[in-house]
Design a binder for this molecule. Structure first.
Ligand code: OGA
Ligand code: MN
Length: 303
């Protein structure tokens, strides 16, 4: 029996009774879809599963966004369809907590929607805690409900932002997050900005204010004015009353809707514990492809 229990006054629910080691049932698929529409985020609580079981579950909801360089990536300790979030190197050894490694981690410590900087139609992320440090040393994940945050905006602000288009820029977002960004880094990984509406609508008709770490400005406004507006909205949506804090239990699968929720990592304070988290990223539609390959093909057809 599948049961659903709300975890936060505004959003997020826990789903129990799913058996992801068995071939997923239509009941499970529709229960998760319904819970995601209502709660915007879900924790599927059950024991450890394999990467293959994780991928099979994710594919019930749409085609995967594959990690950059997917087709040439060697098969390592983790299935190449999954993204890594944690403190391990590709061989599975703990990366020391150096200033350089802490700098890299900063990107995910600002609230963001995964992949909002790339041109694929992002839907959900599904992050699985394989090895989780005790919450006391950090590593919780925070979520905000962009629907509730939209509802509470003054009518004047709703009227102002209705119909506006946000600019999502990976490198400028990183720079604003306090990361060192060099010309070499940009040249090695060119990421032209993409656009998303500043106000998005859920399938059942709720509105959400779509900002976050990669959203750096607004089409038609000056850089300063656009940045000031998205920062003001960012400060509004990240108020503690909109935040659910997830404390990981090993085996948890946390699903969030990247169109209507933001998330942020909390820093790890020591390198004494392993953090091994693996993420399937799901698109609304299209073929399974990595975002670099997708951009490359789009450029080719444009040329
Ligand atoms: C992610 C992410 C946060 C965390 O996987 O997209 O931002 O706490 N993770 O690992
Ligand atoms: Mn993320």
């Amino acid at each position: 029996m599948i049961s659903v229990r709300q975890l936060h006054p505004l959003f997020f629910a826990e789903i129990r009774g799913a058996d992801l080691k068995a071939e997923p049932t239509e009941d499970l698929r529709s229960a998760v879809e319904a819970a995601m529409e209502q709660y915007n985020g879900c924790v599927v609580r059950q024991g450890q599963i394999t990467d293959e079981e994780h991928i099979r579950f994710a594919r019930l909801f749409g085609p995967l966004e594959l990690p950059p360089g997917y087709s040439t990536r060697p098969r390592g300790r983790m299935a190449p369809e999954l993204f890594f979030a944690g403190n391990l190197d590709p061989d599975g050894n703990i990366k020391p907590l150096t200033p350089a490694n802490q700098n890299i981690a900063k990107g995910a410590e600002r609230f963001h929607a995964d992949s909002s900087f790339n041109p694929l139609p992002s839907k959900w992320s599904m992050l699985r805690g394989v090895e989780c440090p005790p919450s006391e040393v950090g590593g919780d994940t925070l979520f905000v409900d962009l629907r509730a945050a939209y509802d509470d905006l003054p009518q004047e602000t709703k009227d102002r932002i209705d119909g506006m288009t946000g600019i999502h820029d990976f490198w400028r977002g990183r720079a604003y997050a306090g990361l060192e960004v060099t010309e070499e880094m940009k040249a090695a990984m060119p990421m032209p900005p993409v656009h998303h509406p500043l106000v998005r609508t859920t399938p059942s008709g709720r509105k959400a204010v779509f900002v976050g770490g990669h959203c750096v400005g607004v089409v038609g406004l000056s850089d300063e004015e656009g940045h000031a507006l998205v920062e003001q909205l960012y400060d509004h949506v990240t108020q503690p009353k909109y935040v659910y804090r997830h404390k990981w239990v090993e085996g948890d699968i946390v699903i969030w809707d990247n169109r209507f929720a933001l998330h942020a990592a909390t820093p790890l304070e020591t390198d004494q514990y392993r953090r091994d988290m693996r993420r399937a990223t799901i698109n609304e539609s299209g073929e399974e492809i990595d975002s670099y390959e997708y951009r490359r093909r789009k450029q080719e057809t444009a040329a």
